[in-house]
Ligand binder design. Structure first.
Ligand code: 5GP
Length: 336
């Protein structure tokens, strides 16, 4: 594990509210509900507070806990800070964090987005060792009006926080929604200059993947079910895949680590990177995901360094930022 911890890492697929550690969830809970926690011993949160193992169902409940606990400005600030600190502690040197701007009972959508951006802006002073960018997310399950609103807000706030928002994410539960409905909002975001990191091929729908490729994207989120002609297209277009092994295995979209498409992509020389998705929900870290890949597919330390070096090229960072990241990886490689 020591090598993977020390390895300077690039994280390109991390959802803010899925990246709250158990310690952060406990801290936020105390902030909102106080120290005296009335819980039955079967309650998932009781288990979190007492360090017990959670079932998968209990893990998924963490999204609900997180959304409840980050519904006020101060809590969202703290949550964002903790996520950045946790990634920095894991020696992640570049992070593209994504989150769905939402209005809550205590905060309008604009405040949600500006709060996260404020923390990211401050983090460059508090944690100069990690560069953090934001990808606002469109949650498919929330519909197109919310999507249009989020794009409008991001365009407006981009003038106040230049260089911090580098792309858009399309995520959320896709069932019962049509990709085509989100095209106008995504097109507007793209015309403004935001890059596209879209969850694509998370479930088996050949036609939707084709429609998404017709629209075009800069990176593919998961891409679990991209095969045949669609895979050929991704290969020809050299679109990078963001692979999140533990998330996929725990969600059962991939049967096992051994059968994860990461290795197939790597062998066919497709641009591919390894990410956490929701390290709080799936109880992992980027170091752990990389170690799992190396051990499962028998990859050497040099190959893992190369994977991080290649990942720099798939970021939405600017040339100067990429240059710095390349230097950090080069020095790490030379120092071994
Ligand atoms: P948030 O956007 O609230 O900061 O992060 C949590 C949200 O990210 C979830 O409610 C969901 O919309 C999205 N999300 C997290 N993991 C996944 C995933 O694996 N697939 C999809 N489609 N969406 C996800």
């Amino acid at each position: 594990m020591d090598f993977y911890r020390k390895l300077p890492k690039i994280e390109l697929h991390a959802h803010l509210n899925g990246s709250l550690s158990n310690a952060t969830l406990a801290e936020l809970r105390e902030h909102k509900y106080g120290k005296e926690v009335q819980l039955g011993t079967n309650d998932g949160f009781y288990k979190i507070l007492n360090g017990e193992t959670l079932s998968l169902e209990e893990c998924f409940k963490k999204f609900h806990y997180a959304h409840d606990l980050t519904d006020r400005r101060e809590a969202l600030e703290l949550a964002t800070q903790r996520v950045i600190e946790d990634f920095a502690r894991d020696n992640v040197i570049y992070l593209e964090l994504r989150t769905t701007p939402k209005s809550t009972a205590h905060m309008p959508k604009r405040e949600y987005l500006s709060t996260v951006l404020d923390v990211i802006r401050k983090s460059s002073e508090l944690h100069p060792e990690i560069v953090v960018k934001l990808l606002p997310s469109i949650d498919r399950s929330k519909g197109i009006v919310e999507a249009e609103e989020s794009v409008g807000l991001a365009i407006e706030l981009d003038a106040l926080y230049p260089g911090l928002m580098v792309g858009f994410d399309l995520s959320g539960n896709p069932f019962g929604t049509k990709f085509a409905d989100f095209v106008p909002a995504l097109q507007r975001a793209r015309s403004h200059g935001f890059r596209m990191a879209l969850h694509c091929g998370e479930f088996d729908d050949v036609q939707e993947v084709k429609e998404m490729f017709d629209f075009g994207m800069d990176r593919i989120g998961h891409g679990t079910f991209i095969e045949g002609e669609n895979l050929e297209f991704a290969k020809k277009s050299r679109i990078p895949f963001e692979c999140c092994p533990t998330s996929n295995v725990k969600c059962k979209t991939v049967p096992s680590y051994e059968e994860h498409h990461f290795y197939k992509l790597l062998k066919m020389k497709q641009p591919v990177c390894v990410c956490t998705d929701d390290f709080g929900v799936f109880e992992t870290s980027l170091s752990q995901e990389l170690e799992i890949c190396a051990k499962t597919f028998n990859l050497s330390d040099d190959e893992m360094i190369e994977l991080q070096q290649n990942t720099i090229e798939y970021t939405f960072a600017n040339d100067q930022e990429k240059h710095k990241l390349r230097e950090t990886l080069r020095k790490f490689k030379e120092s071994r």
